[in-house]
Design a protein around this ligand. Structure first.
Ligand SMILES: Cc1ncc(COP(=O)(O)O)c(C=O)c1O
Length: 397
């Protein structure tokens, strides 16, 4: 078991950011090597090495590095055979990128509510939807309301905690659906001892600035399916059938990660387990401090899960706490402490009015009102965390 990092230096002028990168390994060295050798673009040893490191870590046979997590999701949908006008079941309580990727593929998202314990996609709601709202005929699922083919489930492991996957995999098998994990927020999390990203048919990670591991911007698609991995590499590199003569048989994308970014990724991978240990320690300190405070519900970890606590989040019940989540946000903001609510649930998003009626998905709606994410950078110092805790529980005194 690796040891957590020692506390870093306090941030400038007392400002405590929500979640910033941790760059204290070989990043400079590896990036300098790229600059010194002129290997800065989308071909280079670090791209291959970064892919091997992530595949080894997650346990998949293949990995394909991309410019960001959204492009990884887009290509994952394409190689998994999602076609225009197909439908894909996806979490409603998530950052918008997975739904956007579904639309880029010409398919339609169907938003599924969260479960109340760990705030992830509800397996029960997935099963209910397939059983009650769909017909299953000739190996295909059709939405009774739209008559579109339902082709895939995209569980999003939000905030560093896994979705309860077993029941989702069961219904996927029963209804012949592809499972595409959006694991962008949860690299290193485990479900029943198995790595997130190696539970469904294909999975995606993001390495943008606020993720547990960052390359500035970047993403990765992982799978055991060799044909899908090869196709993903082909599509992400402009679909070159003959790279010398510039012959293309398909429309590809310029989605490949650069060697410079991959160099940073390799350096970050060397420290991933320590980042996770530190995140878990930060979470444990918060959860202990908030456990007895009326109206505060700390983020939980299921017995079947190992969370990386990527983004530490708290629920605030105004009737007991005395302030709602946005009031607490403003109070902490005035003290130069950055916090953030969870995303507007996608079934409410004006970007998705066409996708389905804007019905109530009650759990996600409640979580959206009550949740607030607190500073949890790997470099958060103990005094900084104590300041956040003190101000958060102050209202109760
Ligand atoms: C759940 C989720 N999916 C997808 C993405 C997209 O990743 P990226 O920003 O690297 O495109 C993000 C984060 O940004 C995310 O949080």
């Amino acid at each position: 078991m690796s040891t957590p990092f020692e506390p870093g230096v306090p941030s400038a002028e007392g400002f405590i950011p929500l979640c910033v990168p941790e760059i204290r390994g070989n990043e400079w060295k590896y990036i300098k090597e790229c600059l010194d050798t002129n290997w800065v673009s989308s071909v280079g040893a670090y791209v291959n090495r970064f892919e091997e490191m992530v595949a080894d870590y997650v346990g998949t046979n293949h990995a394909v590095a991309t410019v960001n997590g959204t492009s990884a999701l887009h290509v994952a949908l394409l190689v998994a055979g999602i076609e225009p006008d197909d439908e894909v079941l996806v979490s409603t309580l998530t950052f918008i990128a997975p739904a956007n990727a579904i639309r880029y593929a010409g398919a339609w998202p169907l938003f599924i509510d969260a479960e109340p314990e760990y705030w992830q996609m509800s397996p029960q709601k997935v099963a209910d939807f397939l059983e009650r709202e769909c017909n299953f005929q000739d190996g295909e699922v059709r939405n009774k309301h739209t008559d579109r083919r339902v082709k895939a489930i995209m569980p999003v492991h939000i905030l560093g905690h896994p979705v309860d996957m077993e029941p989702i995999l069961d219904v996927a098998r029963k209804y012949n659906l592809v499972v595409i994990e959006d694991a962008t927020e949860s690299l290193g999390a485990k479900y029943q001892g198995r790595m997130v990203g190696h539970l469904g048919d294909i999975a995606c990670f993001s390495f943008n600035g606020n993720k547990i591991l960052t390359t500035g911007g970047g993403g990765m698609l992982v799978t055991d399916n060799e044909a899908w991995a090869n196709k993903a590499k082909y599509l992400t590199t402009q679909a070159k059938d003959n790279p010398v003569e510039y012959i293309h048989h398909s429309i590809g994308y310029n989605y490949r990660l650069t060697n410079l970014q991959a160099a940073m990724g390799c350096a970050q991978m060397e420290n991933l387990d320590r980042y996770i240990a530190t995140k878990r320690r930060i979470a444990a300190t918060y959860s202990e401090a908030f456990a007895e405070v009326p109206g505060l519900t700390p983020m939980r970890e299921a017995t079947w899960a190992s969370s990386i606590f990527w983004m530490y989040t708290l629920l605030i019940d105004e009737s007991q706490y005395g302030q709602d989540s946005r009031q607490l946000l403003r109070r902490l903001q005035a003290a130069k402490i950055q916090t953030r609510p969870l995303w507007e649930p996608l079934h409410r998003s004006l970007a998705y009015t066409q996708s389905q009626p804007r019905e109530t998905l009650a759990v996600a709606d409640k979580l959206n009102q009550q949740a607030l994410s607190l500073p949890c950078s790997v470099g958060l110092t103990a005094p900084e965390q104590q300041r956040v805790i003190k101000l958060t529980i102050e209202e109760q005194r």
